[in-house]
Design a protein around this ligand. Structure first.
Ligand code: GRG
Length: 300
């Protein structure tokens, strides 16, 4: 059996995702004043690994469905939420960051007020896009609603927003393992897990397959954050495209809690858990296996 080539896969899938994001941004630009449109474009069309949409479309395919432009539109809805979260996260009232993806952050170029507004535009746009894309993929209204609800649940108080809240409240405190896991399962993990779930739900996969992809997503979500903490502690602004900030913001991290070696071991255990979930459900998806490894081996 030949090994799965992840790099060309990421390039090809990333290009489709860029096109879907461009379609979404053009619609928002047409509906809004030029200055808000420009801030949205800055926040969305600014590179990034596009991991969430690639996971979504890969899960969709792993369930036996063929990826079409609508599948990438569905996948792009996750990236719209991710983009808004980074635009708001970088604001002075949150992490106060100047650099993102190797460029000045959105508020450094377009100002705080426009960035706050532009980020807010992306939330309902993402929900609507998820619903419409699922419908275009042939899902009935109940399934399309479930897809859009899953995205919003993962983005909201029980997911990403709730996790960010805990993160901000936790600055300057030494969090224990349980609190740190709880925070990151929401802040980073919820949207990554939803990426798999949206793909599986839109493909109308059987329950056990949806469950297995959800388990995979939960495990790689945690692995992703552990890897993020390791990169923040060991890499440079040049490689990361953003300034390492955990120490400066006095945040508890997996590295401060466990040290580098144990953090690496825990990330690798989560990758094993993710891959085992696929195997147990009989899901043949070399791309998902390769993506799980990439999540902990990435350089930025
Ligand atoms: C109202 C409290 C409140 C929050 C609003 C700002 C916000 C919502 C949430 C922030 C969530 C956040 C910043 C999560 C971090 C997730 C993370 C690890 C980001 C880095 O993701 P990558 O590596 O980035 O995929 P690229 O640049 O590749 O897209």
């Amino acid at each position: 059996m030949t090994a799965f080539e992840l790099a060309p896969y990421l390039t090809a899938q990333g290009a489709e995702v860029e096109q879907a994001l461009e379609r979404a941004v053009v619609v928002m630009e047409a509906a809004l004043a030029d200055d808000v449109g420009a801030a949205i474009r800055h926040g969305v069309m600014s590179g990034g690994k596009r991991v969430r949409p690639v996971l979504c479309v890969t899960a969709y395919r792993a369930c036996g469905a063929d990826a079409s432009p609508a599948a990438y539109d569905l996948a792009a809805s996750l990236e719209l939420i991710h983009a808004y979260s980074l635009m708001h996260d970088d604001l002075p009232c949150m992490d106060d960051a100047e650099l993102r993806r190797g460029r000045p952050t959105t508020h450094k170029v377009h100002g705080e007020e426009l960035t706050a507004r532009a980020g807010a535009v992306l939330i309902p746009a993402a929900a609507l896009q998820a619903y419409r894309a699922a419908s275009a993929l042939g899902c009935g209204p109940d399934v399309a609603k479930r897809v859009a609800s899953r995205l919003m649940e993962a983005s909201g108080a029980g997911g990403m927003v709730g996790g960010q809240w805990l993160d901000l409240m936790g600055e300057g405190q030494a969090l224990g393992a349980e609190d740190l896991d709880g925070l990151h399962r929401r802040k980073t993990g919820a949207l990554l897990k939803a990426s798999l779930e949206l793909g599986a739900l839109a493909a109308e996969a059987p329950g056990p397959v949806v469950e297995a992809l959800s388990t995979y997503g939960r495990a790689i979500g945690l692995a992703f954050q552990i890897a993020d903490d390791i990169l923040d502690a060991t890499s440079s602004a040049e490689t990361l495209g953003k300034n390492p900030s955990d120490a400066e913001l006095d945040k508890s991290t997996y590295v401060s809690l466990y040290g580098l070696d144990e953090a690496r071991m825990r990330a690798s255990e989560q990758v094993d858990t993710a891959i085992a979930a696929l195997a147990e459900a009989g899901i043949q998806a070399p791309a998902l296996v390769a993506l799980a490894g990439y999540i902990v081996e990435r350089e930025n």
